[in-house]
Each structure stands twice: as C-alpha cells, then as structure tokens.
Design a protein around this ligand. Structure first.
Ligand SMILES: [Zn+2]
Length: 124
C-alpha cells in the first residue's frame, strides 16, 4: 500500500455511502478491490470507467457513485455518468414503489431498502 495517491483513494472509499459504486481509473480492479478489502469496505461495488457505457444501472437503484480522484471519463462515459446519477436515491427518498418507506419489517421490493435506508456496513 505504498502506491502514490493511495491515501486519497482510501479516504474516498472510507467516506463512501454503504454499497456505493466506486469507479476506479481503469479496468484493472485487483488493486482497488484489495484496498477496499483492507479497509473493510467490501460492500463497495468496484468498477472501471467502462461501466458507464454498459448501462447496467438501468432498473436498479444506487446509493452513490464515487469517482476515484484520478479517474478520467471520456465523452460517452460522462454521458453514462450523468444518467447513472439519476438512479441515486438519497436516504429516505422513496424509490417510486408504492409505500417504499413503509417497508419496515422487510426490504422494499423496488429498491431493496428498509424504511428508506440501506443496510449499514459491518465495518462502521
Ligand atoms: Zn423502495
């Protein structure tokens, strides 16, 4: 863990919301996944910038998207980033499923949250 910039990446990972999507600088994900494990943030979904071109977030809700401080997006990826951001639910923001926030004994069928909250990480 001596790579330049690790401190900033670590800080970003630790500050990320539970189950956030973390966008690494390239498609080589072994290093950031090892770092997330080291930080006990295995709840994070680590992806590369091409994730924005696959539109895999369509139909699912996200807690947040964190771009690594060194991550650079090309035009098509920036467009994907803009539309993926529309899938981020703020805490307590209903997802559109009827009675989203009324689901207190089991997760909402629409977004997977209970009472409008995502499950917390064990690490925190
Ligand atoms: Zn919901």
């Amino acid at each position: 863990m001596t790579k330049r910039g690790t401190g900033q990446t670590s800080a970003q990972m630790l500050a990320a919301r539970p189950h956030a999507v973390y966008v690494w600088v390239n498609a080589y994900l072994d290093y950031p996944r090892a770092l997330a494990k080291f930080l006990r943030r295995e709840d994070l979904q680590i992806v590369g910038p091409t994730w924005f071109e696959t539109y895999k977030w369509e139909g699912r809700w996200l807690t947040d998207i964190v771009l690594d401080h060194a991550c650079w997006l090309r035009s098509a990826q920036r467009q994907g980033y803009a539309s993926a951001q529309t899938r981020i639910l703020e805490p307590l923001q209903p997802c559109g499923h009827p009675g989203c926030r009324s689901h207190v004994t089991h997760p909402c069928e629409g977004c997977g949250r209970t009472a409008g909250r995502w499950p917390e990480t064990e690490a925190t």
